[in-house]
Design a binder for this molecule. Sequence first.
Ligand code: F0G
Length: 358
Amino acid sequence: AHQWRGVLREYADRLDISDATPIITLGEGGTPLLPAPALSARTGATVWVKYEGMNPTGSFKDRGMTMAVSKAVEHGAKAIICASTGNTSASAAAYAAHAGITAAVLVPEGKIALGKLSQAIAHNAELLQVQGNFDDCLEIARDLAANYPVHLVNSVNNDRIEGQKTAAFEVVEVLGDAPDIHIVPVGNAGNYTAYFRGYSEELARGETTKLPRMFGFQAAGSAPIVLGHVVKNPDTIASAIRIGNPASWELALGAREASNGYFGAISDEHILEAYRILSAEVGIFVEPASAISVAGLLERAAAGQIPRGSTVVLTVTGHGLKDPQWALRTADGSDIKPTVVANDTDEVAGVLGLSKVT
Ligand code: F0G
């Protein structure tokens, strides 16, 4: 029986790997591209969702990490290092564990979701909580990689972007062409850059007729690219994209230019509204940062910027189980407490409002 072999083996001919490259894989990639009828109905476009929460550690980071860790091991690295808002650390820790090397991860103290923290610890990372934000963590990680025997696996490492571009290949394989618009959440803008690269390669290979317009969304309290300046104290409930000085800022501006793209900012309130719509109406559970793709789509549609009948792909980047607390809260911020009932069928039927079939 056929099993998906991970992005390095599936796309070996389109990545810089050779027989000398050890393939460190957990079976990443090959994620579902799902139609989202509820979002199509709301917008008049044909909307698809690329569900990256289905990767082995629950986020798109695994695509880049298989490449970065495989190349690190090829070059003899015994330890990798990264700064992270959570998902990169979970992924780095898992791939390092699989490769039998050490992962050191720097995260902003108290600011990463419990699921992600648990993953990094479970996979035996050397996890340090830095008394600073993500941007501070990245600066330290870069310093360490420049001066100590540790291999940097943040997306400033081009191997990460190379691995992540494979998601665009998968979209093209399913749709038979590029979509008209592709929407992603933006933190460091590495993934925005990676999709643009993947689609550009598909166009050059003659697999598509066009580039999609690349739309990226940042949380309003952490929107340096939209504002055009570094944000010193970025803030948002979407902790994954709480970043004030994106590492791939320049590359992303180039990609926006070349694709006639767009960067927008979304309030936390609208992120959580989109989070509820995606889980309740489409059946896809994501973490808040991922829901910003949906929020961005709805915002652009309301602004009349999504042509009717166009094909739109939304990447949702991380699984809802990583940071589930937001599901247990209503829009006005009160806790949701599931009803308790007696151990009795009639009472359960009554509470459910069911009347007996006669
Ligand atoms: N969505 C999720 C769930 C993320 O974890 C990230 C980034 C992004 C979107 C943004 O991607 O940085 O390529 O623009 N998380 C990084 C981390 C920063 O450390 O896990 P980007």
